[in-house]
Design a binder for this molecule. Structure first.
Ligand code: 5RP
Length: 219
């Protein structure tokens, strides 16, 4: 599985050119992209990285990538990030690593959002528990509201996000009408953001045993 993740990440970094502002994703697959970019920087590639988490920022700095604050740039040329699941329409569930809020802000400011996954993440219907970032204050009451939307929320024990919030991992029987559901969840008081990424991925690079495959958004 690690080899498939690495293949997808190494394919994605081929799109990165001198002078680009590059969003650096979070998770074990995105990490391969950061490590490869670090090697390319050592060979002379000139980029600025915008990290989606403190952990990615730490890794990027360690491998010699210049990391800047997102407030310093109007837009990001390309972001390379992972996902927990990808459906046929290139919608995603993200947040398994708890970085969904910064990841979604950065995805929404990116001209291209390249998602890198191994083939096990491609699904026809979502099943991965949906991560929802909620403020600490009244989190049990927020969880009750999510339960009324037919989710079974579980607090992610011992975990606090980079933004000082909690994550509720929400199981469900079936996740349909994802666009409406994304908005409905975010409309609940106490919810900061949820892990449904609708229409944000421009392409998905899938690491497979026999090579890589690209799924592209139909314009
Ligand atoms: C972090 C994420 C990750 O991209 C997602 O969890 C996939 O991680 P991995 O590549 O380790 O499977 O959304 O918030």
């Amino acid at each position: 599985m690690e080899e498939l993740k690495r293949k997808a990440a190494c394919e994605a970094v081929k799109e990165i050119k001198d002078g680009m502002i590059v969003g650096l994703g979070t998770g074990s697959t995105a990490k391969y992209a950061i490590l490869k970019l670090g090697e390319m920087v050592k060979e002379g590639l000139d980029i600025i990285g915008i990290a989606t988490s403190l952990e990615s920022e730490r890794i990027a700095k360690q491998v010699g990538i210049n990391v800047a604050d997102i407030n310093e740039y109007d837009s990001i040329d390309i972001t390379i990030d992972g996902a927990d699941q990808v459906d046929d329409n290139l919608n995603l569930i993200k947040g398994g690593g708890g970085a969904l809020l910064r990841e979604k802000i950065i995805a929404s400011c990116s001209k291209r959002e390249i998602i890198v996954v191994d083939e096990s993440k491609i699904v026809s219907g979502f099943s991965f528990p949906l991560p929802v970032e909620v403020v600490k204050f009244g989190w049990k009451r927020t969880a009750e509201k999510l339960a009324k939307l037919n989710f079974k929320p579980r607090i992610r024990h011992g975990f606090v996000t980079d933004n000082g919030n909690y994550i509720l991992d929400c199981e469900y029987d079936k996740l349909e009408n994802v666009e409406e559901m994304e908005a409905e969840i975010n409309n609940l008081p106490g919810v900061v953001e949820n892990g449904l990424f609708i229409g944000l991925a421009s392409e998905v690079i899938i690491g497979k045993k026999e090579g890589t495959e690209i799924m592209r958004k139909i314009k």
